[in-house]
Ligand binder design. Structure first.
Ligand SMILES: Cc1cc2nc3c(=O)[nH]c(=O)nc-3n(C[C@H](O)[C@H](O)[C@H](O)COP(=O)(O)OP(=O)(O)OC[C@H]3O[C@@H](n4cnc5c(N)ncnc54)[C@H](O)[C@@H]3O)c2cc1C
Length: 243
C-alpha cells in the first residue's frame, strides 16, 4: 500500500522530521512506496526571515529533494474544513494532494494571557517589547516580557544567557529607580544570521555560524552530524525527564 505523508511548512521542525524519515525509510521513499512531500511558502526550505543564509537553505532543500522528497516551493498550502486531509497547492488552486498523514509545522503561535492592555501585541499576536524587554504598551514601564511570546525577530535559546542577565538587571533597576531607570539593551539578533544546525537524520545535517568581521561560515555535514544529528542531544535531555 502506498502511504502519502505531507509536511505543511518547511521550517526547522518539519525539515528535521523529514530527514529522520528519510534515514529510516530511504528505499521505500526512493521507490515511491512512501511518498513524502513538503509544501513551503518560499523558494528554499527554512524560514525566509534573513536569519538563515542562502547556502544553508539551499543545502537542506537540495538534500531532501535529491533523496526523493517532493517539494512544492513558493506554495501556500490550504485546506477546507470539509476535507482536512486534502491540501490545495495555493489559495483557490484546483491542484491538491490527498495525504494519509499531515504534519503542520507553520510556526509558533504566541500564547498571551487574557488582558485588557491596548496595543499590547503586534498584528501576529506577539507582545511588543523594547530591546530591554520593557513592554511598549505599558507607560508605567513596570511590565517586562521575554521569550517566544515577544516580537523579537529571533526566537530561540542561543542568546538566553545574555537575555536572562539583561532582564534581571533591568527589573532590579526598574524597581529601584522607576520609569527613570536607565536600562540595558539585550543582544537580540536584530540583524544578521543566527547560529544554527539542521539535523537530517543521524548521519546528515547542515549548519551556519556567524563570525564577527569574517561573516557567516557554513558548517559541514560531518560536524553537524557529530555535534547534533547523531543523538539529537538525547543524552543531555534524558536526565531532565528521569525521576
Ligand atoms: C522542536 C523544537 C526544537 C527547537 N530547537 C531549538 C534549538 O535547537 N535551539 C534553540 O535555540 N531553540 C530551539 N527551539 C526554540 C526554543 O525551544 C524556544 O525558543 C524556547 O523554548 C522559548 O522559550 P519560552 O520560555 O519563551 O517558551 P516555552 O518554552 O514555549 O515555554 C512557555 C511555557 O509557558 C506555559 N504557559 C503558556 N501560557 C501560560 C499561562 N497563561 N500561564 C502559565 N503558563 C503558561 C507553556 O505551557 C510553556 O510550558 C526549538 C523549538 C522546538 C519546538
Amino acid at each position: 500500500m502506498q502511504i502519502t505523508l505531507l509536511f505543511l511548512g518547511g521550517g526547522f521542525v518539519n525539515c528535521e522530521l523529514a530527514g529522520e524519515l528519510l534515514f529510516k525509510y530511504l528505499e521505500e521513499i526512493r521507490s515511491g512506496k512512501k511518498r513524502i512531500s513538503i509544501i513551503h511558502n518560499s523558494d528554499k526550505l527554512l524560514p525566509d526571515s534573513g536569519l538563515y543564509n542562502d547556502t544553508l537553505r539551499k543545502n537542506v532543500t537540495d538534500y531532501l529533494s535529491k533523496n526523493g522528497i517532493t517539494l512544492y516551493l513558493n506554495t501556500v498550502g490550504a485546506s477546507l474544513d470539509t476535507s482536512p486531509k486534502r491540501i490545495f497547492l495555493g489559495e483557490g488552486s484546483s491542484k491538491y494532494i490527498d495525504a494519509d498523514l499531515i504534519y503542520r509545522g507553520v510556526g509558533i503561535s504566541p500564547n498571551v494571557p487574557v488582558n485588557s492592555i491596548s496595543d499590547l501585541c503586534d498584528k501576529k499576536g506577539f507582545i511588543q517589547v523594547e530591546k530591554n524587554f520593557r513592554v511598549k504598551a505599558v507607560e508605567a514601564g513596570n511590565v517586562f516580557a521575554i521569550g517566544d511570546v515577544t516580537n523579537f525577530r529571533y526566537h530561540g535559546l542561543v542568546k538566553r544567557d545574555n537575555w536572562v542577565d539583561v532582564l534581571t538587571r533591568n527589573v532590579i533597576s526598574s524597581l529601584q529607580e522607576g520609569t527613570e531607570a536607565s536600562l540595558v539593551d539585550a543582544d537580540c539578533l536584530e540583524t544578521g544570521h543566527a547560529p544554527s544546525g539542521v539535523s537530517l537524520g543521524p548521519n546528515a545535517g547542515f549548519g551556519q555560524f556567524p563570525l564577527p568581521l569574517l561573516g557567516t561560515i557554513n558548517i559541514p555535514s560531518f560536524l553537524i552530524s557529530r555535534a547534533k544529528s547523531k543523538n539529537l542531544f538525547s543524552d543531555k535531555m534524558e536526565p531532565l525527564f528521569k525521576k
